[in-house]
Design a protein. Sequence first.
Lengths: 448, 497
Amino acid sequence: MRYIPNTDADCRAMLQAIGVRSVEELFGDIPPAVRLKRPLKVPPAMSEPEVGRHLRALAAQNADADRYSMFLGAGCYNHFSPAIINHLVLRGEFLTPYTPYQPEVSQGTLQALYEYQSLVCLLTAMEVSNASMYEGASATAEAVLMAQRVTGRNEVVLARAVHPEYRTVTRTYASQLGISFREVPFTEAGVTDPTQVRKALGEKVACLVVQSPNFFGGIEDLPQLAEAAHAVGALLVVAVAEPVALGLLKPPGECGADIVTAEGAGLGTGLNYGGPAVGFFATREKFIRHMPGRLVGQTVDREGRTGYVLTLATREQHIRREKATSNICTSESLIANMSGMYMVTMGPQGLREVALLNLRKAAYAKEQLAKIRGCSLRFTGPTFNEFVLRTKRKPGEVLTGLLKRQIIGGLDLGRFYPELKDCLLVCVTEQNSRTEIDALAKALGGGR
Amino acid sequence: MSGTGNTVGTRGLVLNEPLIFGQGSPGRVGYSLPPSDVPEKKAEALIPRRLLRDGIPGLPEVSEVDVIRHYTRISQWNYCVDLGFYPLGSCTMKYNPRINEDMARLPGFAKAHPYQPEELSQGALQLMWELEQYLADVSGLDRVTLQPSAGAHGELTGLMMIRAYHTSRGNPRSKVLIPDSAHGTNPATSALCGYRVVPVKEGPRGVVEAKAVAEVMDEEVAAIMVTNPNTLGLFEENIVDVAKIVHAKGGQVYCDGANLNSVMGISRPGDWGVDVIQINLHKTFSQPHGGGGPGAGPVALRKHLAPFMPFPTVEKKGNRFVLDYQRPKSIGKVRAFAASFGVLVRSYTYIRSMGAAGLRRAAEVAILNANYILSQLKGVYHLPYDRHCMHECVFSDALQARNDIHTLDIAKRLIDYGFHPPTIYFPLIVKGALMIEPTETESKETLDQFIAAMRRIAQEAQENPEMLRLAPHNPRVTRMNETKAAREPKLRWQPGR
């Protein structure tokens, strides 16, 4: 086996040095009754070319955004990633170290994560960011738990326009911590209903959770929502499932958000059938000690040279154990650093340009699709790169029809919203050309 | 004085590199995007002006070359498995095969969308379904949820399922038993699930004794969380009896599977009486650690807990694979979408490359390598539990402490010799612990070099303790002022500061 260097002769020499005759003697503590007396039910080893062929055959059975026109987003977005990002993360120095517990030999990861934290702060206009969480949904759940710690309150108001799976994950995380949830509906504009929000808020509410752009692509009026939350002493948690939008949109930190979470996979990592991903988690400086997750801080070494360390660990499980702010240990450093590399590569100009491309292409698609007989826009409000299309034919049938033309047309919203069972969620990114959009419009219109 | 003789530690040309912020110049770009092929409407025409931003002040403007140089330079300040021996106990820092990376990047995996139709995702679903079968057999259990994104995430999922199971029987119960040697994630997870932690002390042999469990076990205990092999690198030899005691009072046995690497193919948690175990794919199944993730923590479980698994599960119906979302008793979800799929591809590729025999051989050689180190350093360093070990051996600084040299000094000096330090000061039950886990992917020569360095350090502790206290001497930076970092937190770069 090429991953196990020791030969039988090496093993014999080591056994002799230890003073035992066989490896079995070394695990003599395992009661014989519970030793496995047969080989594992795992197929025999494949050689490198064989395993490559096998995996390629499996991969070929899946649709992918290279072979299909992808108009599916819904929390997982098909964006371009510059080639250098893949090359940089494949460097063994980034790929194969552990969590940077020994700062003297981990300055690369630590500085990159410090830069990542800074970049997340710049993008969201928040004051402080941790070094990453697993992904957007669980980061949002952790934000709710943090709001409970900060405010000492146990009620949470969730906008129904938040990604359905983010809401499920949040409820799952909170299930044993005495938190009760109230969901507020959306308006005909496709955004969270501010009147209903005010009604739901009260002095027992720890936080209001919204997403912007929301699940329907709608851009929430965050300043208004922040005001409503703050009026009753609740925090505003803003989840950003599509941070490419922040190249254009007013950042949550300038709109009164207290905690911002985001799904960063769209910034340089990609679809990967849903993961690995990375959860951004940023907040206000005054809440630092309530934050979950690792934090990298700047300091100096004994000679006064600038360097970086994991810091404020007294919040964390390995020190605080059952009193920790979270149980998180391994997070998503490499993916966090990929998103950092993406932000640096794109720069202020690139982030704006890619956001504009998304906005314009989606606006064009919206216009074209709304013209089709039997199709109409479900909501009236402004959107970023996703929008909801009502179709006369059943959305499921529409989507199946599109597959024949190598088009993955979007999401059948009935899956998550019974009241929108006649609707499709359509996403258009910089990866979709006008030709693709026109082909989608033609196919939806029944043209050949 | 600080020389390291004929071992591998040395200094190459390492370049200085400041933060990326402030580098570059206005107008410089590192990206390339196509021109718009649709009407170039102004953002203000589509979104109200007051919801738009003016720019992102502070973001650097750099070229592609600048980006490559920046990250390549700082990458060289990292130690990593690709560079050398990384005996970090409990972390299983084995080699990360490169074919796994290539497979995860196949467009059919990397560019597939989690909500695309099942009939167009059969390859991904088949991979997940097969991986579940393999992990179920390795753990000796019935089902596996692939959803959790890390070990602690798996613990949370597992304990939630246990809670849901008890709740379905009328009482969620209130306590979880945890041995003192456990990872910090175990008590933190218990708290997240609303349980109070009851500690259980290890016996004199470094393992949990059945009697100690029997004394605290009652019908309010939801589960015992036991790490096996434990964090001392010892097999919990009483686990079968412990499981019986816990089961007799209706409790569940949760095994922290962080150390599964040394038992795969040799002995199975399900056969010990374990009901639930999380499997750290980034330890046992070769997913690269990435400087702290991504990982994945699938959870294997016994049949009676299957109704509570997070949705969706992957099911096989005839020759087709489907995602099952209709699970009314499910705990819910612990992340969006089905799983950290790219991690699963790497571990699947690893398992198919190793085969049944290879996995068992990996466990055996991991045990052999750890015991070889133990045998060669015994006497040079204090061995608190003098017996054979499994995947890792735990020494302490008791002998060196006589010269006022402590675990931290030994660890830092190892860096000069070209090795990553072991896990230090853990488990907490050993004062000044040095927890060494070599894994199976290291050769005897590497182990011999490490052993020689450890012996030299023991000698240096007597002859030149002051030099050890100032170690490491080779890296670009030396010991960091961690107190300053915590007292005056500086957690980001800020424009104009």
